[in-house]
Design a binder for this molecule. Structure first.
Ligand SMILES: C[S@@+](CC[C@H](N)C(=O)[O-])C[C@H]1O[C@@H](n2cnc3c(N)ncnc32)[C@H](O)[C@@H]1O
Length: 337
């Protein structure tokens, strides 16, 4: 295991980060919190916006709701703010995702012979957006806390031979769960296979954690994690460590503290990785009250059964309960053990 330093701002001014001699303007993602959302009564439109800025698939029903919202001219100022939000200007989502969503709305309106300039302008902006080396951003807003988390990720599902360069939906579900239901104050946390780090970032942002270790085995993923910590914690990152940790070659003595809580998002897709993962868990869960929270997609039930019924049992780790409170389509699970 090797440590990778977190780049810290040496400035006390939250708006400015010093990088060597060069002083660059730094603005927290929270500064772009879309306050206009509170004016929107239709919760489907709010959800549309949340999905739009996180660059995920948007279902037909949400597109219908937003299309109806556009048709009502009274909503024009809000439509303008949704489609040209500052959050998107600073942290553009994947170009192809935006183009696809906007074209689908334009097609719906064209069917009713309605042409909306704001939509066409948003589409033109998306088309001329430079493809930033395959990188784009995902923004996650917490309306209760008024917070914004931004992660940089790659658009491709696999890059540099790892799935960790993109941000998976399970990590967004876990982040939401962590923000709404957990109490991590004064706890030592460790995220396994952190990828873009969304779940751990939510833990550190919404709780007073004692220490947080982001871990992964891929060097490129660790570099990207460093960037994502920098985006979200310009100053307060001293209790955050990014550490190389490969489940298959893991020596627990290299960890500075034993974690109270382990986080894992979308790690249960490859049966071959389960023995290493479970043995790492067993070595890490040493305190009598330490536990792990995993969020995962249900892609193949047999794969999950192998993990829960065979591998966990072999390592004497017991799943305690399954919580599906947050799960819109029964497609993901959050398990505690
Ligand atoms: C599907 S990605 C999930 C990333 C992130 N948790 C998320 O949900 O967006 C799986 C992650 O596990 C990491 N991983 C896979 N095998 C690993 C191993 N043996 N040791 C450590 N990390 C591993 C990958 O590098 C990748 O970042």
């Amino acid at each position: 295991m090797e440590s990778v330093g977190v780049q810290e701002s040496s400035s006390q001014n939250p708006d400015v980060a010093n990088k060597g001699d060069k002083e660059t303007k730094f603005v927290y993602p929270d500064s772009f919190y879309p306050k206009f959302l509170n004016e929107i009564k239709d919760q489907d439109v709010v959800l549309f916006f949340k999905y739009y800025i996180s660059g995920v698939e948007i279902n037909e029903s949400l597109l219908d709701s937003f299309t109806s919202f556009i048709i009502n001219e009274e909503n024009s100022p809000l439509v303008e703010q949704i489609l040209h939000s500052n959050l998107l200007k600073h942290y553009p989502t994947s170009k192809s995702n935006r183009i696809q969503v906007l074209k689908r709305i334009i097609a719906r309106l064209s069917f009713q012979s309605i042409f909306n300039d704001t939509l066409f302008e948003a589409l033109s902006n998306a088309i001329i957006t430079k493809n930033d080396g395959g990188y784009s951003y995902r923004s996650f807003i917490d309306m209760k806390k008024g917070g914004v988390i931004v992660v940089r990720k790659m658009d491709a599902l696999v890059t540099f031979g790892t799935t960790g360069m993109t941000c998976w939906r399970a990590s967004a579900v876990l982040a939401e769960y962590i923000s709404r239901f957990c109490d991590f104050d004064d706890k030592n946390l460790l995220e396994l296979g952190a990828g873009c780090g969304l779940s751990g970032i939510a833990a550190a942002k919404y709780h007073n954690v004692k220490n947080l270790y982001f871990t992964d085995r891929s060097e490129q993923v660790l570099e990207q994690l460093n960037e994502n910590i920098r985006i979200n914690f310009p100053e307060e990152s001293r209790n955050i460590t990014i550490q190389k940790l490969d489940w298959d070659h893991f020596n627990e003595e290299e960890l500075l503290v034993s974690p109270d809580i382990i986080l894992g998002a979308d790690l249960l897709y490859n049966e071959n990785s389960f023995p290493g993962l479970c043995s790492a868990l067993k070595k890490l869960l040493t305190k009598h009250d330490s536990y792990a929270i995993f969020a995962h997609n249900i892609r193949n039930r047999c794969t999950l059964e192998t993990f829960f019924d065979v591998e966990l049992a072999r390592h004497n780790l017991k799943p305690k309960r399954i919580c599906q409170a947050l799960l819109p389509k029964d497609e993901k699970g959050i398990d505690f053990f």
